[in-house]
Write a protein that binds this ligand. Structure first.
Ligand code: FBP
Length: 552
């Protein structure tokens, strides 16, 4: 075992809190709600999920501590890292053992690939103990392979049979949980006795709905980024000579940028969903930022902080069209494009785009053109984390300010520093919120297995309250599905939660942003606190606070 830090040693002893329903073990009393439906496209979802559709919402009450037959369970981490994944596994392990000491847990390695290729280790108590309350997914690794082909399901079944596994827990985001649902349906409709349970993970915060209050990792990641943004704000206000353009992770939705804005009160924050709703052009975004810079400069403040969501480019209508054209072009000419170098790819694309998209493409800095032509991820998405939007905007705002200076509408100095915060936060040691929430999600997944359910997502709600008052239960994944167009075909998918412009978090931001732009009212959240008074250790995100009717 590697040497561990003093904090890690102390943190290993932290006992995550559980909802009252789980405190007497995972053999819970199950209360069933009525039959459920889907968020949209009900008939199509029902036809695709004949065996799992309509299952009831489950709410758990404490059991009597009775034991259940021993089971072997497999667990997979899927997609990007998120703080708290190890605690989900620890909670699952402890939950299974609470029902029967002979139950065993197996971890498939490197994500769904491990399940398909049958690469697996048994997770013993010693392994679990070494990872309690730690960040990262390094206990078993993760991967982005999509589980959607029948051949993969057959291979998954074989892998499970090798270890006598009768239940699988898939810890992932919206796509991975959609796959969990499809796999559950496949097993059930084919009479294969393997349960499948999902757990909601992603720092992006976009796997949430009425029943899933938050995806785990969002809290910790936002606290890490907000600490850094606060430090940068203080540096900006000390030196008074730089504008900092900070790009924040979040592949699609802007929840992270919004939460960090609410925590740190920067001078500007772009919310992609607003850009899309108002059909803003790149030029308008640049003009708005330049206007804020000019106004602050007129008041003697040649410094500031601007937050930019990672997914922005895909929400700017003209760039969205451009990316769609590029996707089709690159896919249709895959073999030819594969052997081209980056510059040739750019020239090739520029020559084949529609006139409108070609003009947008040409207006972008050369580096961004190359990044837009780069490889796609396994889901066919542009890898937005590789696109340097923060540099692009800093450069374009600089150009706009030069023009304004020439016109006499701006007098000031504009020097920039750019940052990208993403990977810095994904493996941080989970905050108390995430440590408790994740452990509860895992323990609760064991309860769902004990209750014999399949096709469910582990759900722990009411997390604004102390953990004992959290509500544990299960939500049929089919309930969250709708049909969406993916790769030219209609597919059932969990509906992604974007920032709602009439929701409380965005409304609070919109009500304050003008003041934050004009003044310097940075907030410095400081590092995550793991020990000390509950008022600093047991915080919940501003997003959740506002969504649940609380104050900023
Ligand atoms: P998940 O949705 O799988 O949790 O991943 C989210 C994320 O962290 C995004 O914020 C980011 O765009 C992406 O992963 C980066 O992916 P990669 O780790 O493959 O570079």
């Amino acid at each position: 075992m590697n040497k561990i830090s003093p904090l890690q040693q102390a943190r290993a002893a932290y006992a995550p809190k559980l909802p009252a329903a789980l405190q007497n073990g995972a053999a819970v009393c199950v209360q069933e709600g009525g039959a459920t439906t889907a968020v949209a496209d009900v008939e199509k979802i029902q036809a695709l999920f004949k065996s799992t559709f309509g299952s009831p919402v489950l709410t758990f009450a404490p059991g009597k501590g009775e034991s259940k037959p021993a089971v072997n369970v497999g667990v997979i981490l899927s997609g990007g890292q998120a703080p708290g994944g190890h605690n989900v596994i620890a909670g699952l392990f402890d939950g299974l053992k609470s029902m029967n000491k002979e139950s065993r847990l197996f971890g498939f390695l490197k994500g769904p690939d491990g399940l398909v290729k049958n690469e697996c280790i048994e997770l013993t108590g010693d392994i679990i103990d070494a990872y309690r309350n730690t960040g990262g997914f390094d206990m078993i690794g993760s991967g982005r392979t999509k589980l959607e082909e029948e051949a993969q399901f057959i291979a998954a079944r074989k892998s499970c049979e090798t270890y006598g596994i009768s239940a699988l827990v898939i810890i992932g985001g919206d796509d991975s949980n959609t796959n969990a649902c499809v796999l559950a349906e496949y097993f059930k409709s084919n009479g294969i006795p393997i349960q499948v349970i999902g757990c909601p993970k992603t720092i992006d915060g976009d796997l949430k709905n009425e029943w899933i209050e938050a995806s785990f990792g969002f809290d910790t990641a936002c606290r890490v980024y907000s600490e850094l943004i606060g430090n940068i704000g203080r540096d900006a206000n000390s030196a008074k000579k730089y504008w900092h353009f900070v790009k924040l992770m979040g592949r699609s939705a802007s929840h992270i940028a919004l939460e960090c804005a609410l925590q740190t009160q920067p001078n500007a924050a772009i919310i992609s969903e607003e850009v899309a709703a108002k059909k803003m052009t790149l030029g308008q975004i640049v003009d708005n930022l330049a206007a804020i810079v000019a106004k602050r400069a007129a008041n003697g403040m040649n410094f500031g902080v601007a937050l930019i969501p990672e997914g922005l480019v895909e929400f700017i209508p003209e760039i969205k069209v451009l990316i769609a054209e590029l996707n089709d072009l690159l896919a249709a000419n895959a073999t030819a494009v594969e052997v081209m170098d980056k510059a040739d790819k750019v020239a090739f694309a520029a020559g084949k785009l529609s006139a409108a998209s070609a003009s947008v493409f040409k207006s972008l800095p050369a580096g961004i053109q190359m990044q837009l032509c780069n490889d796609r991820d396994p889901h066919g998405n542009v890898q937005v984390s590789l696109i340097e939007t923060e540099k692009m905007l800093a450069e374009m705002v600089g150009t706009k300010l030069k023009a304004m200076k020439a016109e006499g509408t701006y007098k000031g100095k504009f020097a920039t520093q750019t940052h990208f915060f993403g990977y810095e936060g994904r493996c941080a040691a989970p905050s108390n919120y995430d440590a408790d929430y994740c452990y509860s999600l895992g323990f609760n997944a064991a309860a769902l297995i004990g209750a014999g359910r399949t096709g469910y997502m582990s759900s722990v709600r009411n997390t604004m309250k102390p953990a004992a008052e959290w509500i544990a239960g299960g939500i049929p994944i089919t309930m969250m599905l709708n049909m969406e167009r993916r790769h030219g075909a209609d597919k059932p998918v969990i509906r992604k939660a974007l920032v709602e412009l009439d929701g409380a978090p965005f409304t609070a931001f919109a009500a304050n942003r003008e003041a934050w732009a004009a003044e310097t009212s940075f907030v410095y959240p400081g590092p995550i606190q793991y020990f000390g008074p509950s008022s600093v250790c047991d915080l919940v995100t501003k997003t959740l606070t506002l969504e649940k009717g609380g104050e900023l």
